[in-house]
Every structure is written in C-alpha cells, then in structure tokens.
Design a protein around this ligand. Sequence first.
Ligand SMILES: Cc1cc2nc3c(=O)[nH]c(=O)nc-3n(C[C@H](O)[C@H](O)[C@H](O)COP(=O)(O)O)c2cc1C
Length: 205
Amino acid sequence: MGSGIREVLGRLDRELWLVTAQAGGRRGGLIATFVGEASIAPEAPRMVVGIGRAHHTWELIEGSGAFALHLLGEEHLDWVWRFGLESGRGRDKLAGLSAKAGITGSPIVEGALGFLECRVEERMDTGDRTIWLAEVLDGRLLGDAAPLTTKRLFGLAPPDKLEALGRLYAEDGARDLEAIRAWRARRQGAGRPPEAGTRPDAVRE
Ligand SMILES: Cc1cc2nc3c(=O)[nH]c(=O)nc-3n(C[C@H](O)[C@H](O)[C@H](O)COP(=O)(O)O)c2cc1C
C-alpha cells in the first residue's frame, strides 16, 4: 500500500462489534469493525457488515440469514480476546456467557453496551468477504460508556495480545489478498466489463 493511502486510512478509527449468529444447532461469534449504519430513514434502519468467508461466523450467517450486533466498551476487552483471535469452529465461544436467543434466533449476549438484531436483505461476494445488508428488527441501548474503537484497543492491549493481534492481521491480510486477487482474476476471465470510469474509452462515449 502506498504511503499516501496508508496515511489516509490511518486517520480512521472504527467501533468494535461482537457479531453473533446461530444455524443448525451451532452458535458462534466474532469481533468486527466492518460494521456500518446503512440507512438514515428511522422507519427502515439498516446495517451493513463485511465478514470473511473463512470464518465460522460467516457459515452461521450464511445458514441463518440473520445476526446480532453487540456494541462493545472498554470493559469488554476480554470479549475481544475470546471472540476475535481464534476461530470458534469446533468449540462454543459463548460457553460460560449469559446469552439468550433473540427474535431471529441469533444469540444476544448479556452485558454489551447495546445490541441490534438484524435479518439479511441482500448479499455481495467480494472474494475475501461477504458484505451483507440487513434490516434491523430490534435493538436496545444498555450502557452509556464510550464505545471501544480500534485505536483504543491497541492502546489498551497488553504486549502478548498486541503480538496476537499483529499475527491475526498478518495472517488474515495475506489470506484476504489472495482471495481478492483470485476474485479479480475470475471476473476478468468471465469477460466481465471493468467498472464505469476504469474503461479506457469511457471519455469518448
Ligand atoms: C479488532 C478486530 C477487528 C476485526 N474485524 C473483522 C471484520 O470486520 N470482519 C471479519 O470478518 N473479521 C474481523 N476480525 C477477525 C475475526 O474476529 C477473527 O478472525 C475471529 O477469530 C473469527 O472467528 P470465527 O471463525 O469463530 O468466526 C477482526 C478481529 C479483530 C481483533
């Protein structure tokens, strides 16, 4: 990545969310920063999330068409280590936490600053991730602490967790890069036209 791009992206800070889902008798969750509000109409709240296709939680959302978003505060650092550093494939990441099924069946974990329960309306595959657009069906604010953000997380993490985060970003980043390149190559192979604005003859039309 060029240094200019890195500098611009370095100015961003993102809230951390715990994303949970269940399908076929399995449940799980992960930490995500690719979560955004996707509607300004109060009568039609929507969220958009981007989840890596390699993750266990991806399978659960794909299977159920639903998920729950939990907003985290600084007191939820333990949840970041529990849900964000290793896959829940083959184990129950929610074991020992107090959680109950929401209206979509997605687990609502007790103790977050707030939660939103969402049902998928549309999906887009982008190689490394699936981006889901979802209707928000329910939600509750339960605490008024400041949400935990990526920059704050890196400020608070002890050295062993900083190392683990560095490993995660490096490994997931390498896998994502490969998936993005393969996706682009597949699209070119399928003769899909380049997006508007990238066509060399676009200005002549
Ligand atoms: C700070 C932080 C932000 C993350 N953001 C995302 C994200 O936006 N999307 C995603 O798919 N994974 C994200 N991850 C990675 C997953 O949380 C992590 O790989 C998790 O172990 C996957 O768990 P699973 O296989 O049980 O679903 C993030 C992890 C951390 C620590």
